[in-house]
Design a protein around this ligand. Structure first.
Ligand code: ITT
Length: 199
């Protein structure tokens, strides 16, 4: 089977995160017919792997099997150097059952105070996996480096965007126009690789 995505192919975007779904839709815009996991009533598999790549594959495979469609999944998160890479693959879980990212961001700030570290270096990682029903899969990963800032700034984007200033910039992802974030983000970089591989 040739691993190619033909223009106009029908894809399921296997995410239940509206912020991610918005960014993936912008990246895929006009190329594919995209249906969401929510619209198909797909469940959320438990993320049992220990890496972004592993969890992206697990989500893509689960959605492809459940829908019979080619599935695209994203597993992503924020890693903080002074916290040994935390929250990392646990980024969503730090926000608790209410998905409260004000809480998650204050947890990051508090942990940094506890370790008494001035190092504010951090990076976002995005693993994107495409899986064919009953067939093969492709997975790629992109990162963007930056610095953390407190208190959070800006109401754009989602998740940890208001505390993250990407390298070479002075504003947070939360203050950045969505198109500007899409030009440099971990998700855009992973997508670039996917495009080179599959389109
Ligand atoms: P799905 O599994 O349904 O896609 P999720 O939110 O559970 O949704 P993840 O397990 O991949 O997804 O968690 C990713 C976390 O990292 C999530 O809490 C995001 O808020 C955060 N994150 C990922 N990309 C981000 C970005 O571009 N900006 C801000 N936060 C981001």
């Amino acid at each position: 089977m040739a691993l190619k995505l033909e223009p106009g192919a029908k894809l399921v975007a296997a995410t239940h995160n509206p912020g991610k779904a918005r960014e993936l839709a912008a990246l895929l815009e006009g190329r594919f017919e995209v249906v969401t996991a929510g619209a198909l009533g797909l469940g959320e598999p438990e993320e049992t792997e220990s890496t972004f790549v592993g969890n992206a594959l697990l989500k893509a495979r689960a959605a492809a099997e459940a829908s019979g469609l080619i599935a695209l999944a994203d597993d992503s998160g924020l890693s903080v150097r002074a916290l040994g890479g935390a929250p990392g693959i646990y980024s969503a879980r730090w926000a608790g059952p209410d998905k409260d990212f004000a809480l998650a961001m204050s947890k990051v700030e508090k942990r940094l105070e506890e370790v008494e570290e001035d190092d504010r270096h951090a990076w976002f990682t995005c693993a994107l996996a495409v899986a064919w029903p009953g067939g093969p899969a492709v997975v790629v990963e992109g990162i963007v480096k930056g610095e953390l800032t407190f208190p959070p700034r800006g109401g754009l984007g989602f998740g940890y965007d208001p505390i993250f200033i990407p390298e070479g910039h002075e504003i947070t992802f939360g203050e950045m126009d969505p198109a500007a974030k899409d030009a440099i983000s971990h998700r855009a970089r992973a997508f670039e690789m996917l495009r080179a591989t599959l389109f």
